[in-house]
Design a binder for this molecule. Structure first.
Ligand code: ATP
Ligand code: MG
Length: 557
């Protein structure tokens, strides 16, 4: 299988960390992955997970998983569980599991400190007025009339905000920085707001909640994070991050470094939009195998190793670019090409009867579990008079170059015999419903003692022994390379992203398939058992196609 050249990918953050360690700036590094638990993780998060946990692992440091749970409206326990599961599935373990809400007391104390230093004030402007005072990219903002309240007054009001004396939105606490700063984030950003919402961890203890920038910077500092790695949209927030840490005199000053978000073609990497797909029923849930959520690609049959490999290959850069879906697909193909068990499965069955094969006879044919890896062993596959082959492997009016079955043509049945099609049976509509064939008993194992060659090799399953299954053929969820950039990405959903095929015929060993095993249905693709499968109703998901291997297999031997 053609494989892209695996050149060393760039990772400028790794270089920075290496330098910091060489210079003795830190004796060990400490990173964190800080998701907001408001949805399931997607492939973009995998990039951040592999970076944060990967750097810690590489340099013998530590990495925390921290739930950024300061927005009590949207967060749910279900999401936290799924995030933990996904991080572990990717092969990482956190040093400590933290929650930003662990720091609510600390953060309150720091806010009081800022007030006492004259670095923060309670503002009574409405949200609308605050926006109006903020100015624009080209015009400076205006000071709030409440900016110069005395420290005592601010302390009193902030305390009363905490004690629930005011309505939601009546007051906010703001940092006192510079309303004329060219960076809008520095124009007296809000640090605390009043919001009467039950928090899943702190209950009704708080009616004021700290804002993201304040919380995030101080959570990093309180955990002793050395390198705070985040995506590029936070670049303009870095001065505020640094200001918060310096102003409160936090115990350490983590270095914020931004990198480009992963964008993957033919899919979307935004929790909000993934939410919409689930809520509006365009997919069957967060773990629908067409979703590029981590739980979706797991169900689709992607392996953790293939995702880590993908993240390595795309590297870490400052400049954003949209990655081709083929890069991800190649990673899983390469991994499964190495490790998947080879089996035979017929997706669109066509019955064949081998006229000259003894009635009632069954032979156990020896088949390799991986033709290039004898160490993966062999199994036996029952062969009998009535078989199923793939409908596509027969053509009535076949062109010369069609090396599979047609009346009068001979092919090799994988691991079995040469057979020749002698006749067809048709139904009333004139469709071929069965092939009549003869076999050459001297060709057992797939070669002829007289040296006669056949060009085509096809897969098959014994009718009597086959197990029935439903096979879900998945394809890309969108037909547009950048659905997220279009006006209405829902319009670009691929109507053929899922084709469910029932009554597929698989070789008997697949009745004992389990979720941990990956299979290559020879000549067809890579498959994995679906979690909704049961022994009465087997369901397999197609992880990926094989990419142009048909011609090659047909030409083998
Ligand atoms: P979304 O917009 O999908 O909600 P988010 O950035 O708001 O994403 P968080 O839960 O806040 O999601 O993200 C946790 C971490 O994952 C952050 O450090 C964030 O920068 C990172 N992250 C999120 N999306 C991507 C992406 N597409 N590529 C790389 N890192 C990402
Ligand atoms: Mg977010």
């Amino acid at each position: 299988m053609a494989i892209e050249e695996n050149t060393a990918p760039s990772n400028f953050i790794q270089n920075i960390i290496q330098e910091d360690l060489d210079k003795g700036k830190h004796s060990a590094i400490y990173t964190r992955f800080p998701p907001e638990p408001n949805g399931y993780l997607h492939i973009g998060h995998a990039k951040s997970i592999c970076l944060n946990f990967g750097m810690a692992k590489k340099f013998g440091g530590k990495c925390n998983l921290r739930f950024d749970d300061t927005n009590p409206d949207k967060e749910e326990i279900e999401y936290m569980h799924s995030i933990e599961e996904d991080v572990r599935w990717l092969g990482f373990e956190w040093n400590e599991l933290r929650h930003a809400s662990d720091y609510f007391n600390h953060l309150y104390m720091y806010a009081v400190k800022l007030i006492m230093q004259g670095n923060a004030y309670v503002d009574g402007l409405t949200a609308h007025e605050i926006r109006e005072h903020r100015g624009t990219l080209t015009e400076p903002g205006k000071n709030s009339p409440f900016r110069d309240r005395s420290v005592e007054e601010n302390l009193g009001l902030f305390q009363r905000m905490k004690e629930g004396e005011f309505e939601d939105g009546q007051y906010v606490l703001r940092a006192k920085i510079d309303m004329a700063s060219p960076n809008i984030n520095m124009r007296d950003p809000t640090l605390y707001r009043i919001k009467r919402t039950h928090h899943h961890r702190t209950g009704d203890d708080w009616v004021i909640y700290p804002m993201y920038d304040f919380t995030h910077a101080l959570s990093d500092a309180l955990e002793g994070i050395t390198h705070s790695l985040c995506t590029l949209e936070f670049e303009d927030h870095r001065p505020l991050y640094d200001w918060v840490i310096e102003s409160v005199g936090a115990p350490c000053h983590p270095q914020q470094i931004e990198f480009a978000r992963l964008e993957l073609q033919y899919t979307i990497t935004s929790k909000r939009k993934l939410h919409q797909l689930v809520d509006e029923g365009h997919v069957r849930g967060w773990d629908d195998p067409r979703m590029t959520t981590i739980s979706g690609i797991r169900r689709r049959g992607y392996t953790p190793a293939s995702i880590r490999d993908f993240c390595d290959r795309i590297g870490i850069t400052k400049k954003g670019s949209s990655i081709e879906m083929g890069v991800l697909e190649n990673c899983i193909r390469e991994d499964l090409n190495e490790h998947a068990l080879r089996v035979m499965g017929v997706i669109n069955p066509l019955k064949i009867t081998i006229e000259n094969y003894p009635d009632g006879q069954v032979e156990e044919m020896e088949a390799q579990n991986h033709p290039q890896k004898p160490e993966m062993g062999t199994r036996t596959v029952p062969f009998s008079k009535t078989l199923y082959i793939e409908r596509d492997d027969f053509m009535e009016d076949a062109p010369k170059k069609f090396f599979r079955l047609s009346v009068g043509r001979e092919v090799r049945l994988r691991y079995a015999y040469y057979i020749t099609c002698t006749d067809v049976v048709k139904n009333e509509q004139g469709e071929v419903i069965e092939l009549i064939c003869s076999y050459d008993p001297t060709t057992k194992g797939g070669s002829s003692p007289d040296g006669r060659k056949v060009k085509g090799t096809i897969h098959w399953v014994s009718a009597e022994h086959a197990v029935n299954a439903q096979v879900n053929l998945y394809d890309r969820l969108f037909t547009h390379p950048n659905p997220g950039s279009t006006e209405n990405y829902i319009e670009h959903l691929n109507p053929e992203s899922l084709i469910e095929v029932s009554n597929c015929k698989l070789e008997p060993c697949l009745s004992s398939a389990d979720l941990s095993k990956h299979y290559q249905f020879e000549r067809t693709g890579y498959f994995v058992l679906d979690k909704d499968s049961s022994s009465e109703a087997l369901i397999f998901n197609r992880t990926s196609t094989l990419r142009d291997t048909w011609a090659k297999i047909d030409e083998q031997k």
